[in-house]
Design a protein around this ligand. Sequence first.
Ligand SMILES: [Fe+2]
Length: 449
Amino acid sequence: MGESYQNTEPKIDLPIEDDHYSEHLASVNEDNSVVATEDICNGHGAILVKKGGRISAAVSGRILKHKLLKPIEDQVKLERQLDSTNLSDHARALFAKYPDLGTIHEALNSDPFWQSIIKEYQLPAILWQKLTVMQHQIPQDYEKSIFCAWLSVVVGREMKLRDDEIESLYVAGLTHDIGLLHIDPAIINKKGPLAATEWRAIQSHVLVGKLMVENIRGVKPSVAQAILDHHERCDGTGYPSQKAERNLHTLGLIIGITDSLQAIRVKQFAPVGRNMMDALPYLSMNAHTYSYPVYQAMHNILRRSGLKPTTVKLGKEGGAFLGEIITRAEKLKLIMPQLGKVQEILQEMAHTMRGKDLLRALERVDSMVDSSGLLKEELLSWLRTIDGTPDLSVMGELVEMDLMLNELKWQLSNLLHAFNRFCEQDDVVGEDSCDAVKAVTATLLANMP
Ligand SMILES: [Fe+2]
């Protein structure tokens, strides 16, 4: 795996001129005064806010219309800012809210190390400011930051990384989504499907976050790189640059796996009372997505935690759940042979490194489906014979299938989007095969369950 932090030039546009951070500051100012520490001027030197003035909604509206001489975050002070004691308390609250995390923390005896890193690492004041704003404005993302910082540190220790690398994991975990604070809140908070431009704006959070952090004195370049790479995947299906494993460093991959596990734990598992141990099927389907050593460390942590998978009780809804699983599996089963067509076309086009990476990613998804047995006709036929509400043992299998089908759908969608992006690259544009690939991927994306 590449050890250099210098090799990356992302391919997405940065909407930095459209910085929305002052809107968040104005909202924070309603409960916790945000005051200018110096005259805030526009690019021509005209004063927009005098030293000592508060960042109200009206002031923020004025600021938004101008390009500032200096970033606003360097020219304001919050009356109250989070500190290491608050962070330690909020981590304890997280373990109480999700007791399986507390179990992992205790079983691995992580507390002394975790507490010492919180106390000893001097997080720059500007990052405490951003975390304070994040907690106020997007509390679910603040909770995610603590989850990722904590679990990344645990993974780093399991992998026996150096202390300075573990320290970088801590900072990158806390700040990996800090770029979200600079993107239009209307897009961040939008419910329902996103337009392509909105999706691109959200994706830019990795680049915005990297740029913010790399300009802060005392923060290591490895932190900025991990922030930039936390949505990249080893098979080249991530963003912003679709880097392959050889160009990715372990730290970004660790933040990536903890970020994904957080989403599964909080969005998929919490409503049905499942715990981190139930994420094992997800992990085995992603043994190479975040690199094998990272997967192995995460797997070991769960195994050593002593947690047990959950027994699922679905009651009367069990019958409907079974029907839904069968329908989704059948739809995905129809899609798989079509991927063979794309594979044939890609084989002719794959004279570039990227094309070869995509072919490998396709083969990996194919063999993963095969080895999981998820879409095997025998399994589906057996499920179709179940009448009424499935019993408990079957229900356990169904819940596992549900997680695996979600993951397979996600991986297939990423792959299909990656094919499309590949076909839009300069060195392959114009090849007739591109039209064929695009036609097949469009149909498959439209038929995704
Ligand atoms: Fe992110």
